[in-house]
Design a binder for this molecule. Structure first.
Ligand SMILES: Cc1cc2nc3c(=O)[nH]c(=O)nc-3n(C[C@H](O)[C@H](O)[C@H](O)COP(=O)(O)OP(=O)(O)OC[C@H]3O[C@@H](n4cnc5c(N)ncnc54)[C@H](O)[C@@H]3O)c2cc1C
Length: 283
């Protein structure tokens, strides 16, 4: 364990639900009492080969059983690199479809996160294959990617479930919009497209400009909001009070450092909490 992990823990708890499945389930129950549904995400590292992919799919199947047994209505979200996408696409597909099939039997929704743009084409290919067999699976599309509109249009005939987010990975500038204005403009265009095509839409953002824009459009098929744990709790509550479906992305697991640093990177002001926790004034 790295020496500073215990120092980071007070800050980490703001963004993650704990290190174990039991802690995540307990947090999920609390959320349900607030009318918010959890979207469980196991924090992990890229899997090596076939055996790792099998191991991770078994871990997810165990989590699905826990969700089902604890009667928490919740989704799960996963990253294909944790299922050995780097090793081989077919191995990855087989491991993920085991999880999606089990989730289908338990009536649990599975979200596929979108990683850096070097994985976009493969991720969409795997998603399309899963959609041929299962309707309990959704995909994340990143508004900073210039290709996003084309990707959505290509998925629409298969009746996808799409979560639109801004995008979180450092990317080469030709592939992405880089300014806040461009990304928000593109995000709004994609929301309009989803609305016009009457597509199943999840908005993964804490940006009130984006949320207000989504609220101004008709989404007769489905509209839900998804936000991360520890961010915009008041807005989550308000949306629930107004009758909207709100999900919270609940990350948990032992490998939480990268995730917490990413959240901190998004909001440098969170460094204030690191400093306070280091000197013990975080309570
Ligand atoms: C449910 C969900 C799933 C996601 N899945 C993916 C994925 O699969 N692939 C991917 O690339 N990205 C994913 N993301 C991350 C996303 O791409 C953005 O990096 C992240 O949501 C921040 O963008 P924003 O839309 O909230 O807007 P921003 O402009 O970053 O933030 C808007 C406002 O929200 C608040 N805020 C935002 N972040 C923080 C923070 N860390 N701490 C405190 N306040 C904050 C601030 O008030 C800020 O002004 C996901 C996000 C969500 C909510």
């Amino acid at each position: 364990m790295c020496w500073y992990k215990p120092l980071l823990w007070p800050l980490a708890q703001h963004f993650i639900a704990g290190e174990t499945v039991a802690e995540a389930m307990a947090y999920g129950k609390k959320l349900r009492r607030k009318g918010i549904f959890p979207i469980f995400d196991v924090l992990g590292e890229s899997a090596g080969g076939k055996q790792e992919a099998v191991r991770i799919s078994q871990q997810y199947i165990q989590i699905l059983n826990e969700i089902s047994a604890s009667k928490i209505k919740g989704d799960i979200s996963l990253k294909l690199t944790a299922f050995a996408l780097d090793y081989d696409e077919e191995t990855c597909f087989r491991a993920v479809s085991r999880v999606v099939r089990h989730a289908h039997e338990l009536k649990i929704m599975v979200w596929i996160d979108m990683e850096s743009s070097s994985y976009t084409t493969q991720t969409l290919r795997i998603y399309r294959k899963l959609l041929q067999e299962y309707d309990n699976v959704g995909i994340c599309i990143q508004a900073y990617l210039k290709r996003a509109r084309k990707d959505i249009l290509s998925l629409l005939p298969d009746e996808p479930k799409i979560r639109i987010v801004k995008g979180a990975y450092p990317e080469k500038s030709e592939a992405v919009y880089t300014s806040h204005r461009q990304i928000n403009g593109h995000f709004k265009q994609l929301l309009r497209l989803m609305s016009e095509k009457d597509a199943w839409t999840a908005v993964g953002s804490h940006d009130m400009q984006i949320i207000s824009h989504a609220l101004s459009l008709p989404f007769p098929n489905h509209l839900e909001f998804q936000m991360l744990k520890g961010i915009r709790d008041d807005e989550k509550r308000l949306l629930v009070e107004h009758g909207y479906a709100v999900g919270e992305y609940v990350s948990f697991g032992e490998h939480w450092e990268k995730y917490v640093w990413r959240r901190v990177g998004e909001r440098l002001r969170n460094l204030k909490w690191i400093l306070l926790s280091v000197i013990g004034l975080d309570k």
